[in-house]
Design a protein around this ligand. Structure first.
Ligand code: NI
Length: 253
């Protein structure tokens, strides 16, 4: 069975067929899914989805692109949501310096630190979004020793990957690994220790080849698994088994 460790089924892209799609996942080879939140509201929806489907789990958090209206009371709301037995992580949290209209770097860093403190308090792992903010993201997560996490959709260098692995953290790979320009991610995917790899889709975004331009869903995590197996010279069955075990261990399921 495949474990999609990162998919956003609270997204409106799934409004027309969410229930049919999620209900069918186990028959289609996807045994477990983690749905991270991006706002307090979407974190609530993630928890509701996790309540409705045995094979869906939730993470709760505020995404850096969505953090502009953050107030400290949001941390209390996330803390309450995180009490639910199917909340397995704090995420998706991090830094995104890509778009100039995103909240300021300083504000994003403050929101990230608040959520890392919450994860530490609750002893939950974190799901990190790092876009064009590699140095700051790594420096900030290193302020919290003992914290466990994954760099979702890893896009940094091989050197940074080694530092993350040395911290005991994980790397998440998804659709972009199958893209023509994926040289850096491919180099990292070949050398990361097998026990630190998570596979994910980031659905509805980032569909893998040969589904670019379409809506992504968790069944397409199989293309990511295939690509990793090919790059690492192991069988597809082994890759599927390893990433399943890794995800269960990481999320404590
Ligand atoms: Ni995401």
């Amino acid at each position: 069975m495949l474990f999609d460790t990162h998919a956003h089924y609270d997204d409106e892209a799934f409004d027309a067929d969410r229930d049919a799609l999620l209900t069918a996942m186990p028959q289609r080879g996807v045994g477990r899914i983690v749905n991270p939140g991006c706002t307090v509201a979407s974190s609530k929806t993630a928890v509701e989805l996790a309540e409705r489907y045995d094979h869906v789990y939730a993470a709760v958090g505020i995404h850096p692109e969505e953090c502009g209206d953050f107030v400290p009371a949001h941390i209390d709301e996330l803390r309450t949501l995180a009490q639910h037995e199917k909340v397995v992580a704090i995420g998706e949290i991090g830094l995104d310096y890509h778009w100039p209209e995103n909240p300021s770097h300083e504000f994003q860093q403050m929101v990230l630190r608040s959520q890392l403190r919450l994860a530490q308090e609750l002893a939950l792992p974190v799901i990190i979004h790092d876009r064009d903010a590699h140095a700051d993201t790594l420096a900030i997560v290193q302020e919290y020793p003992g914290l466990r996490g994954v760099f979702h959709c890893y896009s940094g260098s091989a050197e940074m990957a080694r530092e993350i692995i040395a911290m005991g953290w994980y790397l998440g790979f998804d659709g972009p690994l199958t893209y023509k320009n994926a040289r850096k991610a491919i180099a990292v995917a070949k050398e990361v220790p097998p026990e630190r790899i998570l596979i994910e889709t980031d659905s509805p975004y980032l569909p893998p080849v040969p589904h670019r331009g379409e809506r992504n869903d968790s069944t397409l995590v199989s293309f990511v698994c295939d690509k990793l197996a090919e790059l690492r010279g192991v069988t597809r069955e082994d890759m599927e088994h390893i990433t399943w075990e890794n995800a269960c261990r990481f999320f404590g399921i």
